[in-house]
Design a protein around this ligand. Structure first.
Ligand SMILES: [Zn+2]
Length: 417
């Protein structure tokens, strides 16, 4: 366990290529206050959007979910995760929000439980599949553009307790949510959600944002991650977690359902994530069973590219793979809902959704908590709200707060210590 003796006054924020890069030091409460102050205006805007999102997707007010979080999550967060709770108290103090609201905001994906989450493409490769034999990991985030456009935070935390780490995050986020992280423990991780999951909840279980955040800060082995993710499983966020230990090059896939868990580990090879579940028990007991065209296409393409680049996968190749536009169903390059770099708006879908970013890390970069990141879309194609609205009509709530995402470059960011 590493300890960092740094005062909160060293905390800082800067902007680069569409990202907001934040470094937070100090005790949990001190870090939280700084974080709340830094993210206040973005958080105000994000909460305005979530209010509209709640009304238009599940027909309930944001206040309904804040009240729900207060009874459903607050006691567990306070009692079982004091570090996270103190940080949340700080964020609330720094941003002028209530503790209940910050808890609801961090847990909204669990609280709202959308019917079908197709949220990402990802892979992790190691051993004889990578150029240097160590781990290469990549991920992009898919969802409605209106809710994903605030995922442009890269947050470094240097806690006084536990491991330092970096997460892609959002204003006031104590976890990643899009789920891409590198910890100074040597563990790197990402995930894709399990499509068609029945979203069965386990009463009294702990929300995913606490379980995974605790792992990143306090767990140093894959075994500890498995235990922490499955103990007190709230059943609130079925995912296929892809983890790697850059100290020994081992990678693992943890398919985490509501009640079932399946683990596979290897030192040579890869795992891909395209919102599929491969474990038979989880698929039969907890999902609708059928896989969408997008899942089938992205999974097949990721596997094809892993084999094509076997032995040569490095951060440069990873950036190309995560920005790939090949549609396996159509048998040609066709950016749309079926491509790894998703652009659903180009495929005639009714929802404005797709990839809003790209992230890559390697065993080497992870030693400095270093990641490559591109904001906007993984391929760098600009997104224009007006152009998109002219092409097709979308519900006003999906476009009212929507921002253009000009094409951006990949950047590299790393630890300050
Ligand atoms: Zn693209």
């Amino acid at each position: 366990m590493t300890k960092t003796k740094n005062s909160a006054s060293k905390s800082s924020a800067s902007k680069k290529e569409g990202w907001k890069i934040i470094h937070l030091y100090g005790t949990a409460f001190e870090r939280g206050v700084k974080y709340g102050e830094i993210s206040k205006s973005d958080l105000d805007e994000a909460l305005q959007i979530i209010e509209v999102y709640c009304k238009n997707t599940v027909g309930k007010s944001w206040k309904h979910f804040v009240d729900l979080a207060a009874t459903k999550y607050m006691p567990n967060v306070r009692d079982a995760y004091p570090e996270i709770y103190d940080e949340i108290r700080g964020i609330a103090a720094g941003s002028g929000r209530t503790v209940e609201e910050i808890i609801a905001w961090n847990g909204y994906i669990s609280l709202i439980s959308p019917a079908d989450l197709l949220r990402c493409s990802a892979f992790i490769a190691t051993g004889n599949y990578t150029s240097d034999g160590n781990i290469v990991m990549a991920h992009n985030t898919h969802d409605l553009y209106i809710t994903e456009q605030n995922q442009n935070y890269i947050v470094y935390m240097y806690p006084t307790e536990g491991y330092s780490f970096v997460i892609q995050s959002f204003p006031g986020g104590v976890w990643s949510m899009s789920d891409f992280f590198v910890s100074s423990s040597g563990i790197v991780g990402t995930e894709t959600t399990i499509a068609g999951h029945n979203a069965r909840e386990n009463p009294g279980g702990h929300p995913i944002f606490c379980r995974i955040r605790h792992c990143i800060q306090f767990c140093g082995t894959v075994e500890e991650y498995i235990a922490r993710l499955s103990d007190n499983n709230g059943g609130d966020y079925a995912c296929s977690w892809l983890l790697g230990n850059v100290d020994d090059g081992e990678i693992a896939k943890i398919e985490l359902g509501s009640t079932e868990i399946s683990v596979e580990r290897k030192n040579n090879g890869y795992f891909v994530g395209a919102n599929q579940v491969e474990d038979r028990w989880i698929r039969e007991k907890e999902t609708a069973g059928n896989l969408s065209e997008s899942v089938v296409s992205r999974k097949a393409r990721l596997e094809e590219l892993m084999e094509k680049h076997a032995g040569a996968i490095n951060h440069t190749v990873a950036k190309k793979i995560i920005a790939d536009h090949y549609d396996m169903k159509k048998g040609r390059v066709n950016p749309g809902p079926n491509s790894i770099c998703k652009h659903s708006e180009l495929g005639g879908g009714k929802e404005l959704k797709g990839a809003v970013d790209g992230k890559v890390c390697t065993g080497e970069s992870a030693k400095r908590l270093g990641i490559w990141a591109r904001w906007g879309s993984s391929c760098g194609t600009p997104f224009s709200v007006n152009k998109t609205k002219r092409r097709r009509h979308y519900p006003a709530w999906q476009t009212r707060f929507l921002k253009d995402r000009p094409g951006k470059k990949w950047i590299f960011v790393c630890s300050q210590v």
